[in-house]
Design a protein around this ligand. Structure first.
Ligand code: AMP
Ligand code: GLY
Length: 425
């Protein structure tokens, strides 16, 4: 058997998935839409508008695509998997209703309540009833409080006001600012105290396997300061995720999630990303995502010793329980090289040098090539992934390669993994 694969997406996560898929002897040809120069080196990039589901279906039909793998959340929440599957094509990624675990915070919270999955206490309000939300906030006398837009908001839909005044401003922002569409429904929840970590599972609708854990670095600045970003770096495995914690996460969260989705009629297929708060009472869900994390994917997929494509196919056939997935015992760290200014305004089109001299795995994100040169083309530009038998070795390997790469106004955090090292002592 050898198959044609279409991969949807263009970030560091997708280059990593493409790299994993391209290693498989089962692959005939890999297409990535729209892809980046990293995926171009592993197959063919195609200029498809992925929000045009009819165009994607047409491409799948006319290019004999045997499997479509969806990287980002947006097309999943928009129902791309349903369109392809209903037309008889294999897709790795959840259908629209299952993707609501990420697409609607209200759905996710209500689902967790129905299935006794530990998470922050919450209440949901309608945008037309924001007065009620204001009353509710005023009746809480402990701060911070957490306000979340129900819908997808590109990582910007969570506000954590520290006082009543800030909370009222946050409410106004959600009602009338750029988030007002995503916030037509609003979740107000308890602030959980603890450290965050992410656990990832791969699922076939019926069963699941845990494939790794990681810690992301969401803030732009060192010491977790500054604005929120898509993620400035990650490392895996995370020392905070002990065997005992992982066991509790599996029993209290992952298994009931997969079983609950199946029982409620939305069997979950694809990667499941569980964002956890490790509280004094144990792990609680901060959020679900219906896809792999970016940049967490970059430090987990390379640890797979099993053929990634074989596992993806097994999931689409409901045969995951027959696959044995094995991993190496390395630590990995990825440092994201960003354009200066990100996550706010930044310049593009800067020439990148030194990528070939780097000793680490390099996964592209916001890059493009022109006349044989590699140029910056986004906020997060490259991922530099080092590995080693200890976390320290992995971190050092990443930063040694980071030093070889340059572009004008390149910015990166210098403390990726420091939290993990501190925990190990
Ligand atoms: P989310 O988009 O739901 O992951 O939220 C973004 C970030 O807000 C999370 O990564 C946490 O750092 C923080 N956050 C969200 N919900 C809570 C909560 N209930 N308690 C504490 N922090 C939270
Ligand atoms: N790294 C955070 C995310 O993928 O949402």
């Amino acid at each position: 058997m050898s198959i044609n694969v279409l991969l949807i997406g263009s970030g560091g996560r997708e280059h990593t998935l493409a790299w994993g898929i391209a290693k498989s002897p089962l692959l005939k040809k890999l297409y990535t839409a729209p892809g980046n120069p990293g995926t171009e080196s592993l197959g063919e990039n195609v200029n498809l508008d992925v929000s045009d589901h009819a165009a994607v279906l047409d491409f799948v039909r006319s290019n004999d695509i045997d499997l479509t793998v969806i990287g980002p959340e947006q097309p999943l929440v928009e129902g791309i998997a349903d369109v392809l599957e209903n037309a008889g094509h294999k897709v790795f990624g959840p259908k629209q209703q299952a993707a609501m675990l990420e697409g609607s915070k209200e759905f996710a919270k209500d689902f967790m309540a129905r299935n006794a999955i530990p998470t922050a206490a919450y209440k949901v309000f309608d945008q037309d009833n924001f007065d009620e939300a204001a009353e509710y906030i005023k009746s809480q006398n402990s701060y911070p409080v957490v306000l979340k837009a129900d819908g997808l908001a590109g990582g910007k839909g969570v506000l954590i006001p520290e006082s009543e005044e800030e909370a009222m401003n946050a409410l106004t922002e959600l009602k009338s600012g750029s988030l007002s569409d995503a916030a037509s429904r609003l979740v107000i929840e308890e602030f959980m105290v603890g450290e965050e970590a992410s656990v990832f599972a791969i699922c076939d609708g019926d069963s699941y396997k845990i494939i790794g854990n990681a810690q992301d670095h969401k803030r732009a600045g060192g010491g977790d300061t500054g604005l929120n970003t898509g993620g400035m770096g990650a490392y895996s495995p995370a020392p905070i995720v002990t065997e005992k914690l992982l066991e509790r996460t599996e029993i209290e969260i992952i298994k009931p999630t997969i079983d609950g989705m199946k029982a409620e009629g939305y069997p979950y297929t694809g990667f499941l990303y569980v964002g956890l708060m490790i509280t004094e009472e144990g792990p609680k869900v901060v959020e679900y995502n219906c896809r792999f994390g970016d940049p967490e994917c970059q430090v987990i997929i390379p640890s797979l010793q099993t053929d990634l494509l074989e596992v993806l196919i097994a999931c689409t056939e409901g045969k995951l329980s027959e696959s044995e997935i094995t991993f190496d015992d390395q630590y990995r760290c990825t440092v994201v090289l960003a354009s200066g200014g990100y996550p706010q305004a930044y310049e593009k089109g800067k020439e990148i040098t030194g990528v070939d001299e780097a000793d680490a795995l390099i996964f592209h994100a916001g890059t493009r090539s022109e006349d044989g040169k590699l140029l910056t083309n986004g906020g997060r530009v490259l991922n530099v992934v080092g590995s080693g038998s200890t976390l320290k070795e992995a971190i050092d390997a990443s930063y040694a390669s980071v030093e070889k790469i340059t572009f004008d106004k390149m910015y990166y955090r210098r403390d990726i993994g420091a939290k993990g090292l501190k925990r190990i002592g």
